[in-house]
Ligand binder design. Structure first.
Ligand code: TYD
Ligand code: MG
Length: 461
């Protein structure tokens, strides 16, 4: 009997090879090749998006178009009922788009999408939720937690994509959810659900379906410790938008981040909180991140950062203690370790603090990861505050970039940052002098412009 033909795939990037390899030539990852049965390529001519748009079959004549000939309906954005999600998507769902929602198991992807479906149905949209993971009963139990469901929202438990395609084509919903792509399979492909070829071909089918029928499709994708089961990059290339739902499962807040977005910016984040009745938006993340702050503790500074167009206030904590070993220990949680080392070197050289005799631990409270240069000055102030054991006034916000010679450099959008500080009741703001000079608003808050790190440190009481 002839041996069945197999082919090897890289789990990370989908690279194909006839033989197994230790390192993938495509993405240079080690030990990522898996063996799967070889598939016959059936997709031939006339299977593209343009032919599907005309209802299948080969178009009479394929011709390129001028931009003027293409009509776009700009109004085709649907609100999801969550402002946080709308902003991350770029003001709503685009009809005919394919959105991948990735995240660890149990982080709340199904819950989020179910709530989105509910909101869409309430707004009069036709919605189809297809689950390959949970039974209808389980879905009902979950839906009972998030509240009343009205409107045209229907559920289907199915994993066969050919059948799902038939249902979607027949029903023509505005929005469909596929939960999750790892459970879906196509009959013509012999490998198991979740394998690279299944995931790739399934996504392909969904993409054609979305583009040709103008249906917005959300795909859920699980991420394991080593990345998604079938490799995140295989999917990321194919879809229009990639959202990651992150957060600590032991904590209640969740952050939604766009990693790729063909219809909007990738700088925006959405903040949610997981409650008993599903996810709630956190409209003011600053208030949330600053809650439970100890009063008058040394080593704490409030920084103001921009996430896309939105200012976020958060607390930077530093703990500086005399080192008991020859090598001082340094850690940085939530920010760049090398940046912290650099700032300590600046303090040592420019301000004559003997930082090399101290251990230093820097932490961004709330578990966010932030790398904006505007964070520098707050880190420096927190370090010095802890070193001298003098607390920074809790009603003070600090932002500014620190250069290698200890100068404080200007940052963008100073006005928005100051306005956010005023809104949250802060009384003082320490900012780069150059930003202060350009600032139009000066009322409601005491503004202290600083030119270098030394001037900033002199403001400590
Ligand atoms: P789920 O949406 O099933 O996660 P995923 O689809 O990403 O795997 O979320 C499951 C978790 O959320 C589970 O630990 C229970 C919790 N949860 C709540 O806290 N409140 C709720 O209202 C719901 C529906 C779930
Ligand atoms: Mg789920």
């Amino acid at each position: 009997m002839a041996k069945a033909k197999t082919i090897f795939f890289c789990k990370e990037c989908g690279y194909e090879s006839a033989k197994w390899m230790g390192q993938c030539p495509g993405c240079k990852a080690w030990n990522t090749f898996v063996e799967e049965p070889a598939e016959k390529k059936t997709a031939g001519r006339g299977m593209g998006i343009s032919s599907m748009a005309k209802g299948g079959g080969r178009p009479a004549r394929i011709h390129p178009s001028y931009l003027d000939e293409i009509s776009v309906e700009e109004t085709d954005r649907m609100g999801t009922g969550f402002q946080e999600l709308d902003r991350v998507l770029g003001s709503g769902i685009v009809a005919g788009s394919l959105v991948l929602v990735g995240g660890d198991p149990g982080i709340g992807k199904s819950t989020l999408l179910l709530q989105v479906c509910r909101n869409l149905a309430q707004a009069g949209k036709k919605v189809l939720y297809i689950s390959g993971e949970e039974s209808l009963k389980q879905i009902k139990l979950r839906a009972a937690r998030i509240g009343k469901v009205t409107g045209d929202l229907r559920f289907l438990c199915e994993t066969n994509l050919e059948l799902i395609q038939e249902v979607i084509e027949e029903e023509q919903p505005d929005v469909a959810v596929i939960d999750s792509i790892q459970t879906m399979f196509r009959e013509e492909i012999s490998s198991a659900p979740g394998s690279v070829s299944q995931v790739r071909e399934s996504t392909n089918l969904l993409m054609l379906l979305a583009k040709s029928r103008g249906i917005a499709i959300f795909i859920v994708g699980h991420v394991t410790k080593e990345g998604m089961v079938a490799g995140p990059r295989v999917l990321e290339h194919m879809v229009d938008t990639v959202l990651y739902f992150e957060g600590d499962r032991s904590d209640t807040y969740r952050i939604l981040r766009a990693v790729k977005n063909r219809f909007g910016s990738t700088n925006e984040i959405g903040v949610f909180e997981m409650e008993e009745e599903g996810l709630k938006e956190v409209e003011n993340p600053s208030e949330f991140l600053l809650s439970g702050r100890p009063e008058d503790a040394s080593g704490a500074a409030v920084a103001c950062l921009m996430e896309g167009t939105r200012p976020i206030l958060l607390e930077v904590q530093a703990l500086v203690t005399a080192t008991s070993f020859g090598m001082p220990r340094r850690t940085a949680a939530g920010t760049d370790y090398n940046r912290v080392n650099l700032l300590m070197a600046v303090l040592e050289k420019r301000c004559r603090y003997e930082m090399s005799r101290y251990d230093a631990y820097v932490n961004i409270a709330g578990g966010l990861r932030m790398n904006e240069p505007a964070l520098d000055l707050a880190i420096v102030m927190a370090l010095v505050s802890s070193l001298k054991d003098r607390s920074i006034d809790p009603k003070t916000v600090i932002f500014g970039e620190v250069g290698l010679s200890g100068e404080v450099r200007g940052v963008s959008m100073a006005e928005q940052r100051v306005n956010e500080a005023v809104k949250l009741g802060f009384e003082t703001c320490i900012l780069p002098q150059i930003c202060l000079e350009k600032l139009r608003r000066t009322d409601g808050i005491r503004l202290i412009g600083v030119r270098n790190v030394r001037e900033a440190i002199d403001t400590l009481k």
